[in-house]
Write a protein that binds this ligand. Sequence first.
Ligand code: ATP
Ligand code: MG
Length: 652
Amino acid sequence: MAEQAGGGISNVMREERVFPPSAEFAAQARIKSMEEYEALWTQAAADPPKFWADLARDELHWFEPFSKALVWNEPVAEWFVGGKTNACYNCVDKHVVEGRGDRTAIIWEGEPGDQRTLTYAELQTEVSKCANALKSLGIGVGDVVSIYMPMTPELAIAMLACARIGAVHSVIFAGFSAEAIADRNNDAGAKLVITSDGAWRRGKVLPLKETVDEALAKSPTVEHCLVLKRAGDAPTMQEGRDVWWHDVVDSASADCPAEPLDSETPLFILYTSGSTGKPKGIKHTTAGYNLYAKKTFEWVFDHRDDDIYWCTADCGWITGHSYIVYGPLAAGAQVMMYEGAPNHPAEDRFWDIIERHKVTIFYTAPTAIRAFIKWGDDLVKKHDLTSLRILGTVGEGINPEAWMWYHRMIGGERCPIVDTWWQTETGGIMMSPLPGAIPTKPGSCTKPLPGIIPSIVGTDGQEVDTNQGGMLTIAHPWPGMLRGIWGDMDRYEQVYWSRVKGKYLAGDNARCDEDGYYWIMGRIDDVLNVSGHRLSTIEIESALVSHAAVAEAAAVGRPHELKGDAVAVFVTLCDAEPTEELREELRQHVRKEIGALAVPDDIRFTSSLPKTRSGKIMRRLLRDIAAGREAAGDTTTLEDYTVLAKLREKEA
Ligand code: ATP
Ligand code: MG
């Protein structure tokens, strides 16, 4: 059969379950009905700059008002031009000034069980001291500060302290190697690295400072290293270069007013997860990003004053930036923060935290949910999770079966699930159910947020029949959008703006069903072309995962003389034995769920799949293995190198 016009993708998955919010939930929500959502979306789409400008005036503090909402010279956007604000002020001082200083800002729990709570007023003091310490180390507006720290309150404090004085933070996940740290230091020209002596992980101490020392030997731009004492290690401190946090921050003055900064002052650099290639250093700026993180947080999580909100991401990823720090704190939320592993001391640590802290909103990733399922229901049943009222997911598509488990086991069939689609580049959530307004369908991120105008196009860049699927683009700039790739505007233009004129190319495929619900189908690069039919990875994977024996699955194309691509799948099992019978059963299962077209040619059982450090399946590496090639391309963000070695051994 010939390839469909415009390169549409065969839509083979049928998912018909719909879950509306309860009447009681909707009645108390910020946005209470589909009609209300649609009215807001339509109003925003009519004039996005005006929509965002009205919000910006109301929601952010302006030292000087802006004169223009948007200046758009594709692909360069400037939002709230001429205004002066400060993201740290909006997240911290604003609440203190407005009389909410005694409100809890951060509820923190360390992996060993130590706890700390900071009010907004206390946060203001800590951040101001840290900001003064940064100044004493020669850091000012525009200087880049790398942060390589465990999930302690000081990590958030360090980020906010940078924002307070106009320094640009670049948070590096504290599991990366010295090589990856040095790459990022050099790419960004970092002047300072903030780290800690160590970090707790599964009861052991990771020697962060040692790793940083190794990186600093190859980071010529770095002048100082600020070290927090966390794990009780005694690292070597290099005279003149390294200083202890307790020496310079604790003794610093708590008087450090937030710097009025131009709206477009760079706020941070953050490298993408590296799922599809070498990580890109994404640049975000102050006002637009801050507004977008705040509003999307309030809409999607339906935030209320009595909520205890917990996002399990690490601040090393965009989810931690937007939905632990900048969004919730700008909204004045009470934010739970946890330092360690989900399976320490036992595999019910998360449920234990929810029960003890009475968490009401829980936001995590599909990779975690798949692990919870594997660890078993008994661990969940031991705990009272009735405080929860909203569940969220982000990072990858969630297979409908995992969605159902989350809904039943964690949400008690009572909590709306917000499946949030977005990217490091988008700064905040782009598509998600609004929990009081939009009925959910397992596996769909449902609808675009107000001000976001998606458009699905074919490989030729023209709009296609959206139900069929194509490349997902965004048709109008939005305040949270990236402003570039750090130091490489050409790559920025080429990656996001060259293939489809006038629209932001997300790099994912999606389709939109007859109810206007969006379904992310996987990465553009990962689409399989089987006998002229373009198949998305997620549908084949979801079919496999819906079999009781399968824990995780990854589908990739293997070059095939006749078909174009043969379907190769990599499967991890729950408890089942990897037998030839099971292989055949899985083939039949896919045939029944999807059809003959998607039946896997190769099924390989494996104990684990290669993932990025943020927990995403790296299909590009599996593609190489399926084709019998050496894995080419960047592997610096691979979580566990032994997984690749094991997969190759099986090959031999
Ligand atoms: P790189 O850009 O370096 O390849 P990455 O795209 O994984 O890495 P991130 O910005 O962390 O880097 O992830 C964004 C991507 O994650 C999206 O483009 C999408 O493919 C996937 N994603 C995020 N949330 C969802 C979701 N709710 N449903 C489906 N996919 C999602
Ligand atoms: Mg990406």
